[in-house]
Design a protein around this ligand. Structure first.
Ligand SMILES: C[C@H](O)[C@H](O)[C@@H](O)C(=O)CO
Ligand code: MN
Length: 418
């Protein structure tokens, strides 16, 4: 098998070289593009603060596949398993509710020490960490408002949670030598007709200003804000809309988070990257798959995932776009969900890196749209898969679907005992 893969790779290399693509350079670039895997796929966004509590905030993990992680140690073991089947660099994106403590800790009192095991694990596995305050699944978010709440005490509680989260995030960056991107997403919104659409937005803006006012070292911590169109129970009005977050990120020069599931069904974030990059210093992507709505299905190697990857590569946005995933599927093996989604995101990046972008750009500039379309379509069937398989072998992970056997074994031996 290995010999066949290497032979196919050598032939593929020649085919790509014939269209001016340096395969070794493409693979080297892929090695510089970590994907931040989201911890919350492993336990249906429950966390370890109050795992029995309800998941609120208008998001939902549907399905009841057995074997979800019940503790941070189990979640780390599951991540180890998933990561061993995904080639190349990875990061982990943590939510505040994944803290570890012997006694209850209020959200506004979280500290770096509550995440010490995660940092140790990340060091051992040479991973960067990213972070998120958790502004949902809590009694003080029960009426659908947090940072935009009309009650100043509740608002202050969430401001303090986000401020405490920034300290945790900056500590991750300092400990691991790579900045932690901290994404602020709030579920604030209204189910029905909303009379005052301005005041909550004014309050959210003031809260965010309060949160980011302490300057932190950008080598350790990056602030990002994530917009949304609607959530379950917040169908009519979302305080942190796209316009709100784009305006906020542009005026405060924070990063902007674009989630593939947070727009109208025919809108795509691949087309938003180039606009946003004109106004904000950085982007965080939540690569996801909406099916009819923000359903957070496992990422496929589909047209939009490819378009997102192509946009990053064509515009050489390697240092400005942070790639994260955001899906939570509880209807299939959760580890397989991570592996499928992350491998697909990486395949899309590799395919984008194997594109003769300069040639295509020249054709476009010359107005030769016929050749542009012809080459774009022909390149889809170039032997990128041979390069992918060789890339997997170099990283000592299964090149083909045989990774599923590893997941099945783990399921039998570990998950079935939970
Ligand atoms: C759990 C995440 O913070 C959440 O999915 C958020 O990023 C989001 O996309 C909400 O719809
Ligand atoms: Mn998201």
């Amino acid at each position: 098998m290995t010999r066949l893969i290497e032979q196919a790779f050598e032939l593929a290399k020649q085919r790509f070289s014939a269209i001016g693509v340096d395969v070794d350079a493409a693979m080297a670039q892929l090695d510089q593009l970590p994907i931040s895997m989201h911890c919350w796929q492993g336990d249906d966004v429950r966390g370890f603060e109050n795992p029995q509590g309800a998941l609120t905030g208008g998001i939902q993990a549907t399905g009841n596949y057995p074997g979800k992680a019940r503790s941070a140690a189990e979640l780390r073991a599951d991540l180890d398993q998933a990561m061993s089947l995904i080639p190349g660099p990875k990061r982990l994106n943590l939510h505040a509710i994944y803290l570890e403590s012997d006694s209850p800790v209020e959200r506004n009192a979280i500290e770096p020490k509550h995440f010490a095991n995660w940092v140790e694990w990340a060091k051992r596995n040479k991973l960067g960490l990213d972070f998120n305050p958790t502004c949902f699944s809590h009694p003080l978010s029960a009426d659908g408002f947090t940072l935009a709440h009309s009650n100043p005490e509740i608002r202050q509680f969430w401001i303090e949670h986000c401020q405490a989260s920034r300290k945790v995030s900056a500590w991750f960056g300092e400990q691991l030598g790579t900045p932690s991107v901290m994404n602020i997403w709030v579920p604030d919104g209204m189910k029905d007709l909303t009379v005052d659409r301005l005041a909550p937005r004014q309050r959210l803006l003031n809260s965010l200003d309060e949160i980011i006012k302490e300057k932190l070292n950008p080598e350790h911590h990056i602030d990002a804000v994530e917009s949304k169109l609607f959530g379950i129970g917040a169908e009519s009005y979302t305080v942190g809309s796209n316009e709100f977050c784009l305006g906020y990120a542009a005026s405060r020069q924070t990063a902007l988070t674009l989630d593939a599931g947070h727009f109208h069904p025919t809108e795509v974030i691949s087309d938003k990257i180039s606009t946003a990059m004109l106004y904000v210093p950085r982007l965080l992507l939540h690569v996801s798959r909406p099916v009819r709505w923000d359903s957070d299905h496992v990422v496929l190697l589909d047209d939009e995932t490819q378009a997102i990857a192509s946009e990053i590569v064509r515009q050489r946005l390697f240092d400005k776009v942070h790639i994260g995933l955001d899906f939570f599927d509880a209807s299939i093996n959760r580890i397989a969900a991570w592996v499928i989604g992350t491998r697909n995101a990486k395949k899309a990046l590799l395919r984008a890196l194997l594109e003769p972008s300069d040639q295509l750009r020249e054709l476009e500039l010359a107005g030769d749209y016929t050749a542009r379309l012809a080459l774009l379509e022909e390149q889809k069937s170039l032997p990128w898969q041979a390069v992918w398989e060789s890339y997997c072998l170099r990283h000592d992970v299964p090149a083909d679907a045989s990774w599923l056997g590893d997941v099945r074994n783990y399921e039998q031996q570990i998950l079935s005992q939970r």
